[in-house]
Each structure stands twice: as structure tokens, then as C-alpha cells.
Design a protein around this ligand. Sequence first.
Ligand SMILES: NC(=O)c1ccc[n+]([C@@H]2O[C@H](COP(=O)([O-])OP(=O)(O)OC[C@H]3O[C@@H](n4cnc5c(N)ncnc54)[C@H](O)[C@@H]3O)[C@@H](O)[C@H]2O)c1
Ligand SMILES: [Zn+2]
Ligand SMILES: [Zn+2]
Length: 371
Amino acid sequence: MTIEFDAAVFTSPGAPLTIEKVSLPSTPPPGDVLVRLEATGLCHSDLHVLVGEWEVPSPMILGHEGSGIVESVGDGVTTLAVGDHVVLSWTPSCRRCRYCITGRPVLCDMVSRHSANHLSFDGRSRITRGDGGDVLSFAGLGTFGQYAMVPESAAIPIRADAPFETSALIGCAVTTGVGAAVNTARVRPSDIVLVIGCGGVGLNAIQGARLVGARRIIAADISDEKLEQARVFGATDVINSAGANLADSIARLTDGRGVDVAIEAIGLPQTIEAAYGVLARGGTAVVAGQVADGMKISIDPFVMSDQELSLIGSNYGSSNPAADFPLLVEHYLHDRLDLDSLVTRVIDLADINAGFEEMKRGIGIRSVIRY
Ligand SMILES: NC(=O)c1ccc[n+]([C@@H]2O[C@H](COP(=O)([O-])OP(=O)(O)OC[C@H]3O[C@@H](n4cnc5c(N)ncnc54)[C@H](O)[C@@H]3O)[C@@H](O)[C@H]2O)c1
Ligand SMILES: [Zn+2]
Ligand SMILES: [Zn+2]
């Protein structure tokens, strides 16, 4: 028995996604669960693929920020039951490798071997096209189709009273941004925090810094609309860096000291260097944005040692999805995180290419597909 459904398939860089019929088996193999997606957000990481900044094999169903309902479970699945509401994680965990057992599941061996190559944990794909050929699923999820067959640990159960549109965003932007501030940078109440880039990830870094009580949160972007949003999410100061020298603005705002934490949430070498360049002594720059393939940065290592600066990468907000997704849902339901304002448009799968066009032009925060 197979399930047939519509999915947005990536075939080549620069070409629009094509909506086509694909299928997968209705019975999950051992260890897998079949999830019926309810909602999925459009993330800039999908756009990196679409425009060819990241080279990936094709055909592939993109999308990695999704929520849904467990439709069926394979043999050996113990943590999920049919009907559970879940948020999908693009870093499932094998629960056995040295990263998983030491509390860093986003670095799991199986993820780097398989999910990062857009495959299931057995190194295969689950979905086929009309012509019978295999279709890959982005990060092993492929949420731009209504069904996904994923390892048990990729479907994180959450409270059933959380709305799907906002929960979907916990699958990427919220966890990545909040986690970059809370887990990677370990922002403290005494810190002055800078966030460069106020899209889906950056606005969540801002509200992550607010959640832990940072004394000042400075937001930088080239769009006044995004900077207005930044204030809604907790920025105390905003800088339009299109018309200003960022380093001068930060010097002015901090009496020449610089910031304790700078989070880059765009994915450009020049803004990563800028984040590092405005640190106060002892400060930490977090690279959450992801650059196009092959880009490099340049920093001064003497200053790094002399001033004890840190430059640190952040993958999925250094999170532990199994623990953090339900926690982020709680913060949302108790009004400590604003996920409602992140959803600027609810669209149909058929409108996905228009959604990415808007992202390219910097319009809105997140478009969310509701199935
Ligand atoms: N580290 C991770 O685990 C992880 C997870 C998800 C996404 N990402 C990456 O994070 C980045 C941001 O994703 P997003 O979905 O928030 O993107 P987005 O398109 O929603 O937001 C990008 C923001 O950057 C701003 N911007 C663009 N150029 C700028 C410049 N030169 N100076 C200042 N601001 C500028 C835009 O106006 C926009 O507000 C992407 O590179 C994405 O791939 C990383
Ligand atoms: Zn993403
Ligand atoms: Zn592991």
C-alpha cells in the first residue's frame, strides 16, 4: 500500500519548485514513523538551495520546518503513538553515538552521515516519483509535501493544544534563533547583545536574549520594516546598517566598549566579520547564519588571543530538540515567546514559489504553508 500526495520538488538551481505527485509506503519500516504534515514554514536555508548557493543532489522535496500528526508507527517505536502532535527535527538522534550520549545531539554521527545528505537513517530515501525514481527529502524531512517518513527521534511530541502554524516554526527558526542566544552564547542578564539580520532566525535570537533578561539588545538590519519588528521582539536599540557604519553605531551605543555577544543571523562573510569586529573584550560572536558554499572570512588572531574573544558556530541553536521543542511550546503558550507575530502569511503549497520570491525581496518574516 502506498500513499500518494503533492509535494514541491526541487530539480535544478534557479528553476521554480514543481508541484508533483509523489508516493511513499503507508507502513513505516522498523524505527520510522509516518507523519501527516499540518504546517511548514519557508526558511532561508531552502532558499540557499533554490538559488544554487548550496549545491545539493536532486530531485529533492525541500522544507525542514514542520509540524503535524503521527499517522502510523513502525515496529520498535516506543516514544510515539498514532495521533500524537509532533514538531519535526532535522537533527534526529541515534541516542548512542558520543555526541548523543554527551548531550550534543545536533552533532549526532547519524545526522552527519545520513540526514545531512538528505537520507533516512538507513541511508536510503523513502519517497518515489511518478516515474518510479527516488526523491530525496531535505535534511531527511522534506516538509514541502504533506507526508514525511522519518526516524522516531525526528518527530518530537508536543502539547496537542499548540497551533500547528506556530509550532512548525519551532522546527527551525525559533529553535535556531532562541538557542543561538540561550544555548550557544549563554547570554546573561548583564550582557549587551547585538543581533545582525532580523529575519526568522534573527528575531528569535532577539527574543531569546529577552527571555534570559539581557540588559540591552541591539538589532541591525538593512530593512526598516525588519527593524520595526525587532522592537516588537525585544530590541532596545536598532541600527539600519545600510546607511550607517555598524562599528561606529555600536561604539556610540556602548560608550566605545563594544558588545558582549554578537549573533550573525544572515550568512554573509562581511556581517560575520562585522559581528566579530564589534565585540567588547571577552566577547563572543556566534555564527548562526549560513554562508553560500565556499565563502571564507578573515579575522585577526592576535586580537582574538589578546582580548579573549570567541567565535563560535551554532547549529540548530545548540539545542536538544527532544527537550527543547516542548519547552519552547510552553514558553509560547505562556506568552514568554511571541510566535504569532512571526507568521506573516499563511499560504497554500501551490503558492510556494511566490513565497520564496517574497523572501528574496525581504518581505515579511515567515510564510507558512497550511496543508
Ligand atoms: N545555524 C543554523 O542552524 C541555521 C538554521 C536555520 C537557518 N540558518 C541560516 O540563517 C540565515 C537566516 O535565515 P532566515 O530564515 O532568518 O533568513 P531571512 O531571509 O528571513 O532573514 C535574513 C535577514 O537578513 C537581513 N539582511 C540581509 N542582508 C543584510 C545585510 N547585509 N546586513 C544586515 N541585514 C541583512 C534581511 O533584511 C533579513 O531581515 C540563513 O543563512 C539560513 O540559512 C541557520
Ligand atoms: Zn531552516
Ligand atoms: Zn548520535
